[in-house]
Design a protein around this ligand. Structure first.
Ligand code: BJ8
Length: 426
């Protein structure tokens, strides 16, 4: 099939064409080396291969078509942004590029060097003109989670207007009231940019679409409890990453098709790994596309990742919005409650998260936990102490690692992870 020429579209979006070509070449090679080299992948992963290959092409074209019809694109960096409200007005929520070491020189002109890689990455993508999603966004939404993001949004705002939602840091009734106010204000913002009113009818629809996507991801997650796991951690991570930018209806259908295949595999005892291989729960900072480094190292060291306690994973999919509300107010309350359960390390105290890690380790029969913090991510790096303590009390082996998006530490990480797996297997 002849390759489509998206260059005119990228030019219209204001991308740096030369830098963008280089980015796609690097990503294509990394994908081939990391993903396509895996053995015994489910056939249904071909859909995900296609989506990733068209992440900057066909998907952007679809968004531009939707925009022509008056539907808005809302770019986000955090799972706190309630996508139901955007879906209610026929809009699309997209996760913005933040997972590659890109435009670092540009980013470091405006940010300290010792800033977390995720923040440097989204700044770098914007400043170097390499993220078509931010260029296509009608609204970019930041949030007051960690200090690094919060302050970086002030700078990002100089280059792309950034609307910031205030996320409370505790979970008292007072904090819930604040959060409800933020959700209502965001609803008004969405109405303003779209020129459409959010009604009980269209919000009900938005809630269903988002919940159905989560249900499909929950089904996938549950299948990974089987021994042997019918899918690799790398592939499951990819599914969770793509959930942030693919068309939600098409994505949901495709993930159910993948789950049908995985169910057949489970029945037949077919897995991506052999029985007896170490099962690892990865916990910590989110891994945005194309941050595949840690699961790649784990899975090429003789183990399989069975779950991710992370925003690109279980944390963003485990809770649904209650569908029982019959008035706008009740629906907003249901949204507020659902998002308020998110146990990001930015919260204090955050016992829910450590409890949840224990539950996951048990449910997924994990032999050990690898706690991953992006270097300079204070919330997750500091909270790792509590996570380690709780797991050690229960006799669950844990390895704490910190890393950025560079490849310089791969050898060192591999040595540490192999030693950990060796210990876990004994
Ligand atoms: S709800 S995890 S998506 S904030 S890695 S930028 S925390 S210094 S990404 Fe997150 Fe929302 Fe929380 Fe989830 Fe800061 Fe840490 Fe960097 Fe982070």
């Amino acid at each position: 099939m002849e390759e489509k020429n998206y260059r005119p579209m990228w030019k219209d979006l204001g991308l740096d064409l030369e830098g963008h070509d280089q980015l796609l070449a690097v990503l294509g090679k990394a994908y081939k080396d990391i993903y396509l080299s895996q053995e015994n992948r489910p056939k249904a992963m071909q859909y995900l291969d296609f989506v990733i290959s068209e992440a900057h092409g066909l998907r952007i074209e679809e968004l531009m078509e939707a925009k022509k019809k008056g539907n808005k694109v809302v770019g986000t960096f955090c799972v706190y942004v309630p996508e139901e409200l955007v879906l209610a007005v026929g809009g699309t929520c997209v996760g913005l590029c933040a997972g590659a070491e890109i435009g670092i020189d540009e980013a470091e002109k405006v940010l300290p060097r010792n800033t977390c890689a995720l923040i440097k990455s989204f700044m770098g993508f914007k400043l170097a003109g390499l993220c078509p999603y931010i260029q296509a966004s009608d609204l970019v939404v930041g949030e007051t989670t960690c200090d690094g993001k919060k302050k970086a949004y002030e700078i990002l705002n100089d280059y792309k207007e950034t609307y910031v939602m205030e996320i409370p840091q505790m979970k008292t009734e007072r904090d819930r009231t604040l959060w409800r106010g933020e959700v209502v204000q965001f609803k008004e913002k969405v109405e303003e940019i779209s020129g459409k009113k959010i009604t009980p009818e269209n919000l009900e629809e938005g809630i269903k679409i988002a919940n159905n996507k989560r249900r499909a991801l929950q089904r996938l997650s549950a299948l990974r409890k089987s021994t042997p796991s019918p899918i690799s951690g790398l592939d499951a991570l990819l599914v969770n990453q793509i959930a942030f930018y693919d068309d939600p209806l098409r994505f949901t259908k495709s993930i159910h098709a993948l789950c049908d295949e995985l169910e057949r595999r489970v029945k037949e005892g077919i897995g991506v790994s052999r029985n007896g291989i170490a099962r690892i729960l990865v916990s910590g900072s989110p891994m945005a596309v194309p941050n595949w480094k840690i699961p790649f190292i784990i899975e090429t060291s003789g183990a399989v990742v069975v779950a991710e306690e992370s925003c690109v994973g279980e944390r963003s999919t485990r809770d649904l919005v209650s569908e029982t509300g019959d008035t706008l107010d009740k629906m907003i309350d249901a949204i507020v409650d659902r998002y308020f359960k998110i146990d990001c390390a930015c919260f204090t105290p955050n016992k829910e998260r450590t409890d949840h890690i224990l539950d996951l380790a048990r449910e997924f029969k994990a032999d050990g936990v690898i706690h991953y913090s992006i270097q300079f991510c204070t919330p997750y790096t500091v909270e790792a102490y509590k996570v380690e303590k709780v797991l050690q009390e229960k006799g669950i082996p844990i390895l704490k690692i910190e890393s950025d998006y560079g490849m310089e530490d791969v050898g060192q990480l591999k040595t540490r992870i192999e030693a950990f797996l060796e210990m876990v297997r004994k």
